[in-house]
Design a protein around this ligand. Structure first.
Ligand code: HSE
Length: 402
């Protein structure tokens, strides 16, 4: 019998309980015969109607001090007290699984080291892509590959908003209210629409793919708040859509260029057809080529199913923990913006200069007396900045994903 605790009985935590109760036979098979039993549920709220209300506790120490508890699922979200609780549990020789991307991106390196020192597991499949298996495949199935690029739609809320703008001509504000009403958005939707949620997720993926910690604070991050219906209209005219992309390029010498930004995604790219609240992660390996992981990036049962998979893995690997993670880098691993090149989608009211002289040759999407819209050649970051500053004003400038 594997006795576990669930810490945080919100959307994901309650999903874990439901899955463990409903799929107990299946789970027992997968743990090679060990039944998984929820012994405690930690939450500051009361759940008097719950069929097993005796499981609830408000006292973390009850869990930390119970030698029967071998695995805890942390689905509280936020940094504190999730960080302190996780640390205590790992130090007490208990494995921890989590859906908390903020915690993994901020303290993951330290917590992974602590898990390793205490011979336990720290697993975080649900922290990126909700129910989509991507952490374990990156660690396990793609282990023979050197990962050269990751480009993903990592935030369901922003994908939903952009999809509504494209398909239903809805304004940004209107689509955001709808996403909030449907429960997709974070408590504070700024984390979604300003790109911070996607930033933490690409930092986790880039760290895992490279084996060295990528600090999310080093990642240039731009959200979708400035995308307008006019941008959408011109993107369509260019045979593309606009998606919020978490991007990481793994360069020779171990340097990494990562960015989160709305990008123009041509219809020829599979990511362009990832609609609604769905997530997808395109991973390029030097042996396998391009792979795409697609599915529900948020929601109760999809996300909880990824947490439960980690619980099962912890039970299976109690004696010999799995080391899924990364280490501190030696020196600076951040590539410069001039190490990579992108084409740019540009809208400018400046009709005075010859944009071909400024950008090299451009492909016009629209040109009238008031505005020019075009796609540039591929440029490094400094060259792009120099070219933009030669225009009197730029309405929109978005990287193009190739
Ligand atoms: N707010 C997040 C999203 C939830 O919209 O993708 C899942 O991490």
């Amino acid at each position: 019998m594997a006795k576990i605790a669930i810490m945080g009985f919100g959307t994901v935590g309650s999903g874990i309980y439901d899955i463990i109760v409903q799929n107990s036979k299946k789970l027992r098979r997968n743990t090679y015969g060990e039944e998984i039993e929820v012994k405690y549920i930690l939450d500051i709220r009361d759940f008097p109607e719950h069929p097993q209300k005796e499981l609830f506790t408000k006292d973390f120490d009850v869990i930390a001090n119970d030698p029967e508890i071998t695995v805890a699922a942390e689905t509280m979200g936020g940094l504190h007290p999730a960080y302190e609780f996780t640390k205590s549990l790992l130090l007490a020789g208990k494995s921890v699984v989590t859906s908390n991307k903020e915690l993994v991106a901020t303290y993951g390196t330290e917590l992974l080291e602590l898990a390793s020192q205490n011979n336990v597991n720290y697993m975080f499949e649900a922290s990126v892509g909700g129910g989509i298996p991507v952490i374990r495949p990156l660690h396990q199935d793609l282990t023979a590959n050197k990962i050269t690029r990751i480009a993903g739609i990592l935030n369901g809320t922003t994908n939903y908003i952009l999809y509504q703008m494209f398909t239903n001509n809805r304004s940004f504000e209107d689509a955001l209210s709808d996403a909030q009403a449907k429960g997709y958005a974070e408590k504070n939707p700024a984390a979604d629409i300003e790109g911070h949620d996607a930033c933490r997720k690409i930092a986790i993926l880039a760290s895992l793919a490279s084996g060295t910690a990528v600090d999310y604070r080093d990642i240039e991050t731009d959200g979708i708040v400035n995308i307008t219906l006019d941008d959408v209209k011109y993107a369509e005219k260019a045979g593309s859509v606009i998606k919020l992309i978490g991007y990481a390029d793994f360069l020779p010498g171990g340097r990494i260029y990562a960015v989160v930004s709305p990008m123009l995604v041509p219809r020829s790219n599979l990511l362009s057809s990832v609609n609604d609240v769905y997530n997808a992660i395109m991973v390029t390996g030097n042996c396998v080529g391009d792979l795409m992981f697609y599915g529900a990036g948020a929601g109760k049962l999809p996300t909880a199913s990824a947490v439960v998979a980690d619980i099962v893995d912890c039970v299976r690997h109690r004696e010999r923990p799995k080391k899924i993670g990364w280490e501190k880098p030696e020196g600076d691993i951040n590539a410069s913006r001039d190490d990579v090149t992108f084409s740019y989608f540009v809208r400018t009211p400046d009709t005075s200069d010859n944009v071909n002289d400024i950008f090299g040759s451009v492909k016009f999407i629209s040109e009238d007396g008031n505005e020019r819209v075009f796609i540039t050649e591929k440029l490094g970051g400094s060259d792009a900045e120099k070219a933009f500053s030669a225009l009197s004003s730029v309405t929109t400038a978005l990287r193009v994903l190739d």
